[in-house]
Design a protein around this ligand. Structure first.
Ligand code: FAD
Length: 473
């Protein structure tokens, strides 16, 4: 009997062995599997921190594959050309991948599928990045959901596939095609800030993600309802980074959350609801990709946003020098750790778009460059929600007051002290590490005085409200 031809497993944002339908499909029937990652224009277009984090993830996943007797083949270029070349070189008869949902990836994947199928090659996408396919969840009238709560009600009782185990055996091909070298790609080269400072905060790879999920369910989820807003506490799952690169799946998190709920752990349902916010963001992005690029509510196009990212106020916001401690602490947290607490994200986004009246796209792009958990859908929804221009958004008159928010969610000032060094007799190590992370071109030092607010909290709020109220949109 002739040996089965190999299959290509096209690796994208699914850096895991477990719950990986694409990998399993490639391996079906004992076929040899050739995993390949393609550095295409979409990978090259990632922000600096997401690209750096992708490089770490790929290196780690290559080791995991190696442990299974496989190699991660690396190629650069147009995916159609790269996959066709690999098909020719290896005799592969099928290509499998995990489905993506952003418009650029969808267009790319359609072109790949058409080109491969025209050659008689099986080209198949698989689920995994989401629990609920965006086109399967419909309102009673057959439309898509624009408000979160009805979306949650529509999906909370739906069956979520049980996570798949790691394939017991994976077969290597008789010979491996050539591969480029990950180090040569220099995916971290664009990091303006000290990658060395950010690195200890990275939770890298599938095993680390699973172990965090286990620990979170064992000791933190019960109190999640309260702790998820306490910015100085380690009270949330911190799995967004791993979800973003598919080092863990939402289904794995969902089932762990359901088990915790059955065990009577109080915060578990709130955790499930947060996972569904991620699904909702994808649902919206799929049905109205404009979410990524323009005001979802088109009447907001007439709003007089400041759109110049070079403004002094924007620079102060990015550098954590607005003179508003909660805002500055949060911006520095992101710069040092590559992450920012959810409550803090809402506050800095409200401050930029309302107190400073800057376009949300300026903030979206800065996050896209700085976050190691960057996610196209959640980032866009988060920004449009905060600005008021999105579906199911915070109403325009809801302007977060960063001072009262600090009193409520950082009453002892621990978060502030963790991230702000100026003006403190003894600054914390984390606050000082910010100055190791920033580029030399930022003329700021821990010895500077802490700045006066660039805009008064009350004055900024009133100015924003006046602009909103006088709006003719
Ligand atoms: P947990 O509280 O443990 O929640 C579990 C998971 O649920 C998260 O990992 C995440 O996947 C999902 N989730 C939680 N809150 C939200 C939310 N509000 N929207 C969508 N999904 C959510 N999240 C990203 O993953 N990437 C981004 O680029 C991103 N940008 C944001 C920008 C702004 C302006 C705002 C307001 C929010 C943004 N979020 C983003 C959502 C949220 O802040 C993060 O998902 C959350 O802070 C991640 O921390 P965690 O993993 O500990 O979450």
């Amino acid at each position: 009997m002739s040996k089965p031809a190999p299959a290509l497993y096209w690796v994208r944002r699914d850096l895991r062995l477990s719950d990986n339908a694409a990998l399993r499909a490639a391996a079906e029937g004992g076929r040899p599997v050739i995993p390949v990652f393609i550095r295409d224009s979409l990978a090259e277009g990632l922000g600096t921190a997401p690209q750096w984090r992708l490089g770490l993830g790929l290196g780690h996943f290559a080791e995991a594959l190696d442990g299974k007797g496989l190699r991660l083949v690396l190629r650069s270029g147009d995916p159609v050309d790269c996959l066709q070349a690999l098909v020719r070189e290896t005799g592969a008869e099928a290509v499998h991948w995990t489905r993506a949902y952003d418009p650029d990836s969808v267009a790319r994947d359609k072109a790949v599928k058409a080109a491969l199928e025209a050659q008689g090659i099986t080209a198949q996408s698989h689920t995994g990045h989401l629990m609920f396919q965006p086109w399967t969840v419909e309102t009673r009238t057959g439309g898509y959901y624009k408000v979160y709560t009805p979306f949650w009600k529509a999906v909370r009782g739906l069956a979520v596939n049980d996570p798949l185990p790691v394939p017991a055996t994976l077969k290597a091909p008789a010979s491996w095609p050539d591969s480029e070298k990950l180090d040569d790609w220099r995916l971290g080269a664009g990091m303006r800030r000290g990658a060395r400072v950010v690195r200890p905060y990275v939770r890298l790879g599938e095993r680390a993600a699973q172990s965090r999920l286990g620990a979170f369910m064992a000791s933190k989820v019960a109190d999640y309802g309260r702790a998820r807003d306490a910015v100085a506490e380690d009270g949330t799952s911190c799995l967004s980074e791993n979800l973003s690169l598919g080092e863990i799946t939402p289904a794995q998190c969902w089932h762990a959350g359901r088990r915790a709920m059955e065990e009577g752990k109080a915060g578990a349902e709130t955790f499930l609801k947060e996972l569904v916010w991620r699904e909702f963001a994808y649902h919206l992005m799929w049905h109205s990709p404009r979410l990524l690029t323009g005001n979802w509510r088109e009447d907001w196009d007439a709003f007089p946003w400041n759109e110049d990212a070079r403004l002094r106020e924007v620079r102060a916001w990015k550098q954590g020098r607005t003179g508003v401690p909660f805002v500055d602490a949060a911006m520095r947290e992101m710069y040092v750790t590559g992450r920012m607490h959810n409550r803090a994200r809402m506050i800095v986004a409200s401050y930029l778009t309302k107190h400073l009246m800057c376009h949300w796209k300026i903030g979206l792009e800065w996050f896209e460059d700085c976050l190691i958990d960057w996610d196209p859908a959640s980032n866009a929804l988060g920004w449009q929600w905060s600005a008021g221009s999105g579906p199911d958004a915070a109403p325009y008159f809801r302007v977060f007051n960063p001072e009262t928010q600090a009193e409520k969610f950082d009453s002892e000032g621990r978060y502030r002290d963790r991230w702000i060094a100026e003006g403190r007799r003894t600054a914390t190590e984390t606050a000082l590490s910010y100055f190791d992370a920033i580029p030399e071109s930022w003329p700021i030092s821990a010895r500077d005085d802490y700045p006066e607010p660039i805009v008064g909290v009350k004055e900024g709020r009133e100015k924003a409200l006046a602009a909103y109220q006088g709006r003719d949109f």
